[in-house]
Design a protein around this ligand. Structure first.
Ligand code: SF4
Ligand code: SF4
Length: 433
């Protein structure tokens, strides 16, 4: 698609990147057919081709309006359109550029600014855990729309602790004072995540136990926090870049000290950390480190699938009777995994290899469940419509439980079904002998 950039975008990194993405789009509209917001709203401007056109107009100098902003806001950033596009258009990157420019040129209504700012503050605050526990303690008496955002607290029977260290010498000195560490063959870093430890603390603990059974030690890096995706998708790009730099500083001494990989238990964080190299490419101080951090980042399923020997060792430690008792599990692959990271089959491959009975629905498995970070709070009607659709397909498989790979999807789906919705690693942990 020919684009004539307005002078303000000519010879700028964003302008050049946007132009090279736009050049690939042939306007065929294949992407529109698989876009969830187009399917629900039926408006060309609520599909990828229409949004691409709005961004192109803005880059060519047209003044965007509140309506332009609304159509861009309504995008789930699910990147389903990227999977469908035959020309390899990197829609997600173009949308980031378009949203940032439109945010500067359109004055958002004050109530929207307050909500978006509060979400950023609340979800990344250290007090979020306290608020979540408080909410969980009074959950039964809360109105339904608030209850839906507060999952029941899941208890964990194991006494697992994940060491929090700034470098490996600190870990060695912890070991010399405590007998609770077993010698392991290798080490990986986990990102605790901003909301996951409060909403579903069992996920990272289950990961530590399963990886422990594979002979791998799991660590947290002191000083690491939110991956930055939340602020990035709420158009607070500078805040997001600062969060990314802080994480790189926290991870770097451990990665150069011999930690094998940065393993992500939430696919939403994984897709974000894999993009650090791109997002910090123009930062002279951090670009090299950022690209190395991204290259060291793997989704948990991706990492486990690559470790055939350790996976076999894990299989030997699972209780076959317990596996049988789990029955059929319906799996929802999050968009951040199947479209963002192009990892559609890894979870299924790992679980089937280990002996679990798992199915992905053949109805609309590519469609978003409506969670999409803060989307379900900001656009509840579309989010709930997608949730019902997704749950309808999953429940029609008659499973004993639903599995997914991202805390946002798990919480969102759980709010609409009586079936338990778990992270897939919890299923493996449950069946450790
Ligand atoms: S983004 Fe891809 S699928 Fe969509 S209109 Fe452009 S070329 Fe076609
Ligand atoms: S990212 Fe998802 S919601 Fe947004 S345009 Fe693409 S398919 Fe549609």
């Amino acid at each position: 698609m020919q684009t004539n950039l307005a002078p303000e975008f000519l010879n700028t990194p964003r302008g050049e990147e946007a132009e090279s993405i736009l050049r690939k789009c042939v306007h065929c509209g294949f992407c529109t057919a698989t876009c969830p917001t187009y399917q629900i709203l039926g408006d060309e401007l609520d599909g990828p081709r229409g949004r691409i056109y709005l961004i192109k107009q803005t880059l060519e100098g047209a003044q965007p309006t509140e309506k332009t902003q609304l159509h861009l806001d309504r995008c789930l950033t699910c990147r389903n359109c990227e999977t469908t596009c035959p020309s390899g258009v990197q829609y997600g990157r173009l949308l980031d550029i378009g949203r940032e420019i439109v945010e500067r040129k359109v004055n958002r209504p004050w109530h929207q600014k307050i909500i978006r700012h509060s979400l950023r503050l609340a979800l990344t605050s250290p007090l979020f855990g306290v608020a979540m526990r408080l909410g969980q303690s009074v959950r039964p008496v809360l109105p339904q729309f608030i209850k839906a955002k507060i999952p029941n607290r899941k208890t964990t029977h194991h006494n697992t602790k994940i060491p929090l260290v700034s470098d490996l010498s600190q870990l060695e000195s912890m070991k010399s004072f405590s007998s609770s560490f077993n010698q392991k063959e290798s080490r990986v870093l986990l990102l605790a995540g901003c909301v996951q430890p409060s909403m579903a603390p069992n996920i990272n603990l289950a990961t530590a136990r399963v990886l422990g059974a594979m002979g791998v030690e799991v660590l947290y890096a002191q000083g690491a926090g939110c991956c930055g995706a939340l602020s990035h998708h709420l158009n607070a790009q500078e805040e997001a870049l600062d969060q990314m730099r802080r994480n790189i500083d926290a991870w770097w001494p451990l990665l150069v000290g011999g930690v094998e990989a940065l393993v992500m238990t939430a696919s939403g964080c994984g897709v974000s950390v894999k993009e650090y190299g791109h997002l910090l490419a123009h930062d002279a101080k951090y670009s090299l480190k950022a690209s190395k951090v991204s290259a060291s980042t793997l989704d948990l399923s991706e990492w486990m699938e690559s470790k055939s020997k350790q996976l076999e060792a894990l299989k030997q430690k699972l209780d076959a009777t317990k596996i049988k008792l789990q029955g059929l599990q319906a799996y929802h692959p999050p968009c951040t995994l199947q479209h963002g990271q192009k990892l559609k089959d890894n979870v299924q491959n790992v679980l089937v290899y280990l002996g679990f009975d798992l199915k992905i629905s053949n109805q609309e498995a590519h469609l978003c469940c409506g969670s999409a970070g803060t989307y379900s709070v900001l656009n509840p009607e579309i989010a709930n419509n997608l949730k019902s659709r997704k749950l309808g397909h999953l429940e029609s498989l008659k499973p004993k439980a639903i599995l997914s790979a991202n805390i946002g999807c798990i919480t969102h789906l759980q709010s609409g079904t009586e079936l338990p919705v778990n992270h897939w690693i919890e299923l493996i942990d449950h069946c450790l002998g």
